[in-house]
Design a protein around this ligand. Structure first.
Ligand code: ADP
Length: 567
């Protein structure tokens, strides 16, 4: 079946062509009047127009018709097969006067077939282009989803994606996170009556999702908050909106319910539209869940930060409060043991020196607590200056050699001449080295050696157990490395990193006996970080440990410069 318009002013030709085409399943029109021709074309949209060569101003007519038709095939009836060049570019085929009826019919039939095939091809192309466009929208929408942890933005991306792919007239999105809110994204303005109806409908839709179960949120239409976005506010929707085609989907993932969405469009939705709608509504659920988790993590972090601050403040206050009475106790004990209050017998002296040792230990713990709370509050004072590590090693060696000797240990400092100067706080480095050496003394049995070594090394040469690699990778350039080696009880590989945790004491026979605050190593770690250095250790159970720390040579890092200005 095809529609054919024959344009001619020759009666005999009109008669001949009418006879040919009226017999077949064609709708046949003919005209010799120019105005009528355009009317027929507009109303009937013929598949083929056949132009008789003898028609007046045929060239102009073809041109004009070409400009108003898009898919119509043009066939030219020539007198003897000759066609002007100007005309050939507009026509798809030609007939001659001498052609038999069969040949005319088959020429037209072939053209019709070609035309239909072209139309099908163009439809397929259009569908392909539509699918491609939709895929692009889906792709860019899911990329947007993946890049955001903001719930409001995610819902907006979903609505944008739906608008681009389905060009809706209205969406009603109920978001049940935090305070339930109904988002209306509409092409036209919504009257108050329609708004009430939409609210009621949304709440009913929402409740229907839970059937006999209790919905997660109590939502009532009259108290539901609404946020409206209208594209063309000059126009207004009426209740006929409810006759539009519509689709509805929950926005949820497993037990996590985020809301639901209903979408309206005047023209019917196709099954592809439904798939696209479901895909986008489903895709937004996962990032919404991540956003919820992220929000929870951030809130927990804030709470933890607050707790940590409170804890630091508490430790700082308590330590200060403890220090004053402790100083008074220490002074009293000193006076007593100095004999200023009379003679004290041997066993009294024993108890006194035990009390003095414990006061000393307690003072050490309180000092550690104060240091840590200062470091954590960023209030630690540093006095950076050019210095040589030898002075630190010498100081620590002479102040701890008595303690080592008392335990029957040899404290040795290996001489390394010509170590370059470093820019550091000598008191803090003494604190670090004192802690390492006194730990070595505490955890090494009688008769063994404790050796302090120092050398220069490039960051790339530093070799540490795997658990310290992350810290060491940050180092660059040249360093002075100090090592405290002992032949003590050692630390199991699994506990190496934990030894640097606050209040950590590795479970072993000695830890409890020798006591300690569990703060020496974490403080050392923080002090070295403030020097842009690092600390790590190698150890083997029952064989001994090597604690290392590294301080950069020749650099005044930004952090130190700041301190330099402050001091
Ligand atoms: P503490 O004041 O308890 O010694 P530290 O932070 O200095 O606190 O050390 C933490 C823990 O690491 C110690 O309790 C001990 O279990 C372990 N440790 C530290 N140094 C050594 C060492 N040289 N040999 C064996 N274990 C050690």
């Amino acid at each position: 079946m095809g529609k054919i318009l024959f344009i001619s002013n020759r009666l005999e030709k009109i008669q001949q062509y009418s006879e040919i085409f009226n017999k077949k399943p064609y709708e046949f029109f003919t005209s010799s009047d120019e105005n009528a021709i355009f009317e027929i074309v507009e109303i009937n949209n013929p598949d083929i127009i056949i132009f008789d060569h003898s028609f007046d101003n045929i060239k102009q007519l073809i041109k004009k018709l070409k400009s108003v038709t898009t898919s119509t095939s043009f066939i030219f009836l020539t007198q003897n097969g000759n066609i002007e060049n100007d005309i050939t570019k507009y026509i798809n085929a030609f007939l001659t006067e001498e052609m038999s009826d069969e040949l005319v019919l088959s020429t037209v039939a072939v053209n019709l077939k070609t035309k239909h095939s072209l139309e099908q091809l163009s439809d397929t192309n259009k569908n392909l282009a539509d699918s491609l466009y939709r895929l692009n929208v889906l792709y860019s929408t899911s990329s947007q989803f993946a890049g955001s942890l903001d719930k409001e933005k995610l819902i907006n991306y979903m609505i944008e994606g739906l608008d681009k792919s389905l060009s809706f007239d209205l969406t009603c999105t109920l978001c049940t996170e935090d305070e339930p809110v109904l988002l209306l994204n509409s092409l036209y303005e919504i009257s108050d009556e329609l708004l009430s109806a939409l609210k009621l409908r949304t709440v009913l839709n929402y409740k229907s999702l839970f059937e006999d179960k209790k919905p997660p949120f109590e939502i009532e239409a009259d108290t539901l908050k609404v946020v409206k976005t209208v594209k063309y506010p000059a126009n207004r929707f009426t209740f006929t909106l409810f006759q539009y085609d519509n689709m509805f989907a929950p926005i949820s993932l497993g037990d996590n319910f985020f809301g639901c969405i209903e979408i309206f469009k005047e023209t019917p939705f196709t099954s592809d539209d439904a798939t696209c709608f479901q895909t986008i509504a489903q895709q937004v659920s996962l990032p919404l869940k991540s956003a919820t988790l992220y929000q929870e993590i951030m809130e927990t972090n804030l709470k933890l930060e607050k707790l940590e601050r409170l804890k630091s403040e508490f430790i700082s206050i308590v330590s200060h409060e403890l220090r004053t009475p402790l100083t008074a106790i220490k002074n009293s004990l000193d006076i007593l043991s100095g004999g200023r209050c009379g003679d004290i017998n041997e066993s009294g002296q024993k108890f006194l020196s035990m009390a003095q040792r414990n006061v000393q230990r307690l003072a050490g713990i309180i000092n550690d607590l104060l240091d840590l709370s200062k470091i954590e509050a960023g209030k630690m004072d540093y006095h950076f200056a050019n210095m040589n590590i030898h002075s630190v090693i010498d100081y620590v060696k002479s102040s701890l050699s008595v303690m080592a000797k008392e335990k029957g240990l040899n404290l040795i400092a290996e001489e390394t001449p010509d170590l370059p100067d470093i820019y550091a706080d000598s008191q803090r480095l003494e604190q670090v080295l004192t802690n390492l050496v006194s730990n070595a003394i505490k955890f090494t049995p009688e008769g063994k050696n404790i050796i302090i070594r120092s050398h220069t090394a490039d960051a790339s040469q530093l070799n540490t157990p795997d658990c310290f690699k992350e810290d060491i990778q940050k180092l660059q350039g040249k360093y002075i490395v100090v090592c405290v080696e002992d032949q003590g009880i050692g630390i199991a590989e699994k506990d190496l990193l934990r030894a640097f945790d606050k209040f950590a004491q590795i479970e072993n026979s000695l830890s409890r006996k020798v006591g300690g605050s569990g703060l020496g190593l974490p403080i050392a770690k923080q002090l070295l970080q403030a020097h842009n250095g690092a600390i790590w250790c190698e150890s083997e159970l029952n064989k001994g440990s090597r604690f290392y720390f590294a301080i950069p040579i020749n650099i005044v890092p930004a952090k130190m410069e700041k301190n330099l200005i402050l001091n």
